[in-house]
Design a binder for this molecule. Structure first.
Ligand code: AMP
Ligand code: MN
Ligand code: MN
Ligand code: MN
Length: 319
């Protein structure tokens, strides 16, 4: 019989069913650890997002804008006044084996100088990438793509692929945003430019330097085989990564059961997040299909997140 009562992320657990970690995630109510605001490609201000979470009964939230912490101060202030727990966070862009990967940086202890410098690297990468995307989209008939994307963004925030997708729609080159991604901007298409992003291990290093927790965002959305995900998780853990999203907003619930086994096998903590961007779409804050019973340990049990998990009401989720 195993006698240990705790494990370290990355330690493989050979027999999940006899694991002393057996705990089950029964209900995800009140937790959403992946959402966007206007500081990146979301449509609500940080204040509006926190208000929406509040009315929807979210008690523990993370704002995870792409490559920026610009919305966190405003969101924190609002969350404090409403009694919600808000985890400072960001969704960082990187690449692994030439593929674009997103890593949620959970930052309960603030950020290191290295992390701040890293955000500068990402801001520059995003600018260089935007120029390259505009250049590539010229070939399919989008002129002045950079100016058009800036116009769609409607503010000075860093540009993203959704701004180019909107520009393609406005220019009449595609009927709608999903088609823009399917034809030109989605994974592997001409406007999916990854070469400017730092390597996965570099980004995880910034998070670790800050005393934070690195979480692989929407692991089932990279079009990888299970075997390829094993390799990704191995590289991620070697770099110091400790968690992955067990359930993400658009995830097929039928896939989650086996995915939970894979997470548990790698000893990764599990996170939950909708990837909410704007009202009126398929998702709202907290829209996450219920996770299956599994042995995955919730990320808020990570020692670094103890403060976040307690205070107010602890997350009403058992993993
Ligand atoms: P970027 O961070 O600039 O690479 O843009 C990535 C963002 O584009 C994602 O966070 C989503 O908000 C959006 N996105 C990615 N794929 C799609 C898709 N197939 N349809 C609509 N939006 C997408
Ligand atoms: Mn986005
Ligand atoms: Mn993402
Ligand atoms: Mn996201």
């Amino acid at each position: 019989m195993p006698t240990e009562t705790s494990h370290r992320p990355g330690d493989p657990i050979s027999d999940p069913l006899s694991s002393p970690l057996a705990e089950t995630l029964d209900v995800a109510a009140g937790v959403d650890l992946h959402m966007h605001s206007r500081a990146s490609d979301g449509k609500l201000t940080p204040t509006e997002l926190v208000d929406l979470c509040h009315v929807r009964g979210i008690r523990h939230m993370a704002l995870t804008d792409h490559d920026t912490l610009d919305g966190v101060a405003e969101a924190s202030e609002r969350a404090r006044s409403l009694g919600l727990k808000l985890l400072p966070a960001a969704e960082l862009s990187c690449q692994w084996r030439g593929q674009g990967i997103h890593i949620v940086a959970m930052l309960p202890a603030g950020v290191s100088e290295g992390f701040t410098a890293g955000l500068g690297v990402l801001a520059n990468a995003r600018k260089a990438r935007s120029r390259e995307i505009a250049h590539r989209l010229e070939k399919i008939g989008l002129e002045d793509g950079l100016a058009r994307a800036r116009h769609e963004a409607g503010s000075e925030r860093p540009l993203g692929r959704p701004d180019f997708a909107a520009a393609l729609v406005t220019a009449g080159l595609v009927p709608d945003m999903p088609t823009a991604f399917k034809r030109y901007l989605g994974a592997g298409k001409r406007g999916d430019v990854k070469m400017h992003w730092p390597e996965l291990a570099t980004v995880v290093g910034w998070i670790r330097d800050s005393g934070g927790v690195a979480v692989i965002a929407h692991p089932l959305r990279y079009g990888m085989t299970r075997r390829k995900r094993d390799l990704l998780f191995t590289a991620f853990i070697e770099a110091g990564g400790e968690a992955a999203e067990l359930v993400s907003g658009y995830q097929n619930p039928n896939a989650t059961f086996d995915f939970a086994r894979q997470l548990h096998f790698h000893g990764l903590y599990g996170s939950l997040g909708s990837d909410f961007h704007y009202p009126g779409g398929a998702l709202a804050p907290g829209t996450i299909s219920p996770p299956p019973r599994s042995h995955v340990v919730p990320v808020w049990r990570h020692p670094a997140l103890a403060d976040f998990a307690t205070g107010g009401s602890a997350p009403s989720v058992t993993l």
